[in-house]
Design a protein around this ligand. Structure first.
Ligand SMILES: NC(=O)c1ccc[n+]([C@@H]2O[C@H](COP(=O)([O-])OP(=O)(O)OC[C@H]3O[C@@H](n4cnc5c(N)ncnc54)[C@H](OP(=O)(O)O)[C@@H]3O)[C@@H](O)[C@H]2O)c1
Length: 253
């Protein structure tokens, strides 16, 4: 019998794709969540909070493989250090982490925390694999739905995105999780690069709506990093297949 794979963030957008894939590969899964849930076929839930460092040891106990997807706008470095400490004590033999493209280059708090988390994983002494992915279509959809409520579409000059399908990220992570520890693997980004406003206009078209565009300049260091494409992966990345248009047609079209 193989030990269950611990998936943190198994209840999130990405985790919702990962868990069924691990099940389809014949693996039992244990999900760490802040909220209690009833077990399902081959999926057990353990209640805990990575940021508060509660329930983490119990979640890790008896799992040889940990796939760490839990994350939020703040504190991924702290949460990951708490997980790494418990995983080290438990002798985990493969720790897999999902990070973001630009973790090492975009000067914003979220990216800095992802870099801190990456370092905690790489310096854990445990065998590890980290994948950096671009923004998921689902996140872009949330952003453009908010933008679509405005009378004009803000168009920060030079800011581009390369959104990727969360299902493709999930499939890659499952492959990595079931493979040997590989360190920092090539990024996974979407197949096309879009100016931010084009993503919003694409969404508006599916709603039969149009809005004028308001050009603006994203200020500061973060603006410079975005204009330089630090959030993109244009060389050496693996590219997904599903485009933003494909996603929209499926989800809101
Ligand atoms: N979204 C993107 O575009 C994108 C791009 C690149 C990388 N990533 C990374 O991919 C990962 C998953 O993203 P997602 O969009 O699927 O996230 P999501 O839908 O927002 O889900 C977040 C998950 O993290 C768990 N979580 C949050 N805080 C926690 C805590 N303190 N303790 C334990 N669990 C906690 C939540 O579990 P409960 O609510 O059940 O506790 C939930 O399962 C994150 O690490 C994110 O940084 C995301």
């Amino acid at each position: 019998m193989t030990s269950p794979i611990l998936v943190t963030g198994g209840t999130g957008t990405l985790g919702g794709h990962v868990v069924p894939l691990l099940r389809a590969a014949g693996r039992d899964v244990r999900v760490l969540s802040r909220h209690a849930r009833e077990p399902e076929e081959g999926v057990a839930y353990v209640t805990g909070d990575l940021l508060k460092d509660e329930g983490v040891e119990a979640a890790v106990a008896g799992s040889e493989i940990v796939l760490h997807l839990a994350g939020g706008p703040k504190g991924d470095d702290v949460a990951t250090r708490n997980l790494v400490r418990a995983a080290s004590r438990a002798g985990v033999r493969h720790l897999v982490y999902i990070s973001v493209i630009g973790a090492d280059t975009v000067p914003l708090g979220y990216f800095a925390a992802k870099l801190g988390a990456e370092r905690a994983v790489a310096e854990s002494g445990l065998p590890w694999t980290t994948l950096r992915a671009a923004q998921f279509h689902d996140l872009v959809l949330k952003v453009v739905r908010t933008m679509a409520k405005l009378p004009v579409i803000p168009a920060p000059g030079g800011v581009r995105m390369q959104p990727v399908d969360a299902r493709e990220v999930a499939a890659r992570l499952v492959e990595l999780t079931l493979g040997d520890p590989a360190g920092l693997v090539p990024d996974l980004a979407g197949p096309k690069v879009y100016p931010m406003a084009e993503l919003a206009h694409g969404y508006l078209r599916t709603q039969g709506k149009r809005r004028p565009t308001l050009p603006l300049r994203m200020p500061g260091k973060a603006g410079r990093a975005y204009r330089a494409g630090e959030n993109l992966s244009l060389e050496g990345a693996a590219l997904g297949v599903r485009t933003w248009e494909d996603f929209l047609a499926e989800r809101v079209g």
